[in-house]
Design a protein around this ligand. Structure first.
Ligand code: SF4
Length: 354
């Protein structure tokens, strides 16, 4: 069998040559040609994109990224933003703890670092919401430090390159070691993005395009014919299903009743419909006494750890309704369904289409 370690330099060279031609264009990225000409990525944009891309696809992130950077072009702008405005712009991206940490991090960079991100892995790791993966990605992409960046794409590429059949997540340290062996001292930022691009466009989960892969010669899974089986994953436990009720109330003049969720917990800090707890048998708890009517269909939504089925109830909001501190009355012209988290927007869409 071929000794992969001795081939590292050639593999890095082949991958970077492929990247020089095939790099994906992304609004936060400085491509290889511009980088070679001396342009450097904006650490703010690299950080923002990396936080948005956690658990989310490039296609879904693109519009959010453009909106955020138009509204808050630099970290001090974001640090000075109102929490509610940031949560509202984040609506639909999911995993809302990321948005809360985004603000905390922007404020820490603005107040503790003079508006400039620390340029080392260790420094970045101290910031709110930045874990080992994100610290490695920013430090490598924004500051050209030779850190090993291991996302799902890179895990797949490494498992195949070395024909590793032990399942994820247990095998992750092994894949990290294999990825570290290849991380170069020269052009580490381009390399990190190149290997991610390879996983996203060539070494795809299904039908990897081995015939046009720059690593087709050294790839052990290609030689063994096992690429499509890798990486293996330990089967996940089935997700439980929880139930809940949401209450959509609008007044005769089109004012909606919304409620801000507690900062901690799922959809923390987001505006949504008043509703019940989410559990096996939620108790009804309408925000006011009325003849609440079901709309005849239910919302189905899946979170990381459970499926949710929401009953949607509706009633007219009485004139003069006095909201509690968590509730907000949103006039018709200020109501933007797009500022609701996806599960709450699904309830609104059902209501509209009932
Ligand atoms: S040769 Fe195929 S399996 Fe191996 S790294 Fe390239 S695309 Fe992936």
């Amino acid at each position: 069998m071929r000794d992969l370690n001795s081939d590292c330099a050639a593999m890095i060279r082949d991958l970077l040559a492929w990247y020089d031609v095939h790099a994906r264009e992304m609004p936060w990225r400085v491509g290889p040609a511009k980088r070679a000409a001396g342009e450097r990525p904006d650490p703010y944009k690299v950080w923002l994109s990396e936080v948005m891309l956690q658990q989310t696809t490039v296609a879904a992130v693109r519009e959010y990224f453009l909106r955020f950077t138009k509204r808050w072009p630099a970290v001090p702008d974001l640090a000075a933003a109102e929490d509610a405005d940031v949560m509202s712009e984040w609506a639909g991206l999911g995993y809302y703890a990321r948005a809360r940490n985004l603000l905390k991090c922007a404020r820490a960079v603005a107040s503790d670092f003079g508006g400039t991100f620390p340029d080392s892995y260790e420094g970045l790791l101290k910031l709110p919401g930045i874990g080992p993966y994100t610290a490695a990605a920013i430090s490598s992409i924004a500051f050209d430090r030779p850190e090993t960046v291991l996302d799902g794409n890179v895990e797949r590429v490494m498992a195949r390159l070395h024909n590793i059949h032990e399942p994820l997540p247990g095998v992750k340290p092994v894949l990290t070691d294999r990825a570290a062996e290849l991380t170069p001292a020269q052009r580490p930022g381009d390399y990190a993005q190149a290997v991610m691009d390879l996983g996203a466009t060539i070494c795809t989960p299904r039908n990897p395009a081995c015939g046009i892969c720059p690593w087709r010669d050294p790839c052990a899974a290609r030689a063994a014919g096992t690429a499509a089986e890798l990486p293996r994953k330990t089967p996940k436990k089935p997700k439980p299903t929880r139930n809940g009720i949401v209450y959509l109330a609008k007044s005769a003049d089109g004012t909606w009743l919304l409620e801000r969720r507690p900062d901690k917990g799922l959809l923390g800090g987001m505006l949504g419909w008043p509703g019940s707890e989410w559990n096996e048998t939620p108790a009804a708890n309408p925000p006011f006494a009325a003849d609440w009517q079901g709309i005849g269909s239910e919302v189905r939504h899946t979170f990381t750890h459970f499926h949710l089925i929401l009953q949607v109830m509706t009633a007219e909001l009485p004139a003069g309704f006095n909201p509690n501190p968590a509730q907000e009355l949103i006039p018709r012209h200020d109501f933007r369904p797009s500022s609701l988290p996806t599960v709450m927007r699904k309830a609104f869409d059902l209501y509209q289409g009932r």
